[in-house]
Design a protein around this ligand. Sequence first.
Ligand code: UDP
Length: 366
Amino acid sequence: MRVLIVGSGLYGAVCAHELRRAGHDCHVIEKRNHIGGNVFTRHVPEAGCHEHVYGAHIFHTNSKRIWDYMGQFAEFNHYVNRVKVAHEDSIYSFPINLFTLYQVFGVRTPDEAKACLAKDIIANDNPGNMEEYCHSVIGPTLYKLFIEGYTQKQWGKHPRELPADAVKRLPVRLTFDDNYFNDRYQGIPVGGYTAIIEKMLEGVRVETGIDFHLNREMWIREYDYVIYTGPIDAFFDYRHGVLEYRSLRFERLLIDSHDFQGNAVVNYTEASVPWTRILEHKHFDMNQKEPMTLVTREYPQAWVKGDIEYYPERNAQSEALFEQYREEADKISAKIHFGGRLGEYRYYDMHQVVASALAFCEKQFV
Ligand code: UDP
């Protein structure tokens, strides 16, 4: 088959690799002037590391199959995400673990921590929003310190107006384990993510700087099948309305210091600090040799047409709208497939993107 893949992010690149292997003729077109979508990284010689240009990307998965799959394209380092929280004059261990509870409440053992939380939480079997959920799991003290301000900045809404889903990603542990993820496999590719995408796209025709939407009908006519990884609402010219997204702005600082913050990720959870986190890229590469360092301040912002859609903002209203687009997509599924974070309108992590792309390729092409 002659297959057009719109978008060279992780979903498009995995599909291109699998389809080429299965003997199909693939052509990838990409709107930006580089491949890789939001996993794009570039080498910054002054800081001796790879910059996560569109925000931190830490690969983690519980699936040996997905881990081994990625292992074909790169060696992964032993980076483990251990975030710190800066709040007023203090630094806290995060995600919430026994050391955090020691720092906040002075408790030293799992039993003491359990008893302390039991006193603080507001039991609720049926929390109606993120605030109620947090009150019922970690109590108001920890919620105020770690969740309320950060979430307000991240989503532009108070946690009382949000579903609890996003926060359920975060572990809460009564041990000293401060790993951000529970998954068995975790790391950052040595050499960056762009090198992975390049390998996936080896032998595939790739063109950057091409906006599919400018000539959509022509592209669709020319190919037997189209895999579209852009926003599903944009494909249909927003005819039912615009889906909700959250965007980000990054402020990049090359600093004349060997080590700025001693960690890859520091979250700023107060509402009064405008950024949500500061990334220090050399710590992702686990390379602290260079005399300079590169840091990025991350500012969440409202999404307006033309901005990059970073986070699908799923709520009852946007899900109902997405369903309308999905019904439209189903009608043309013999010719066009919608995939990836934007095509499927899902708050996917990278391992989920890879799994979704592989499942689709197996079903449709093998
Ligand atoms: N969150 C928070 N405080 C933090 C970190 C996360 O309140 O210090 C909440 C916030 O609502 C966020 C969600 O937990 O959207 C998920 O956080 P995660 O770090 O997994 O988000 P991502 O890295 O995908 O932006």
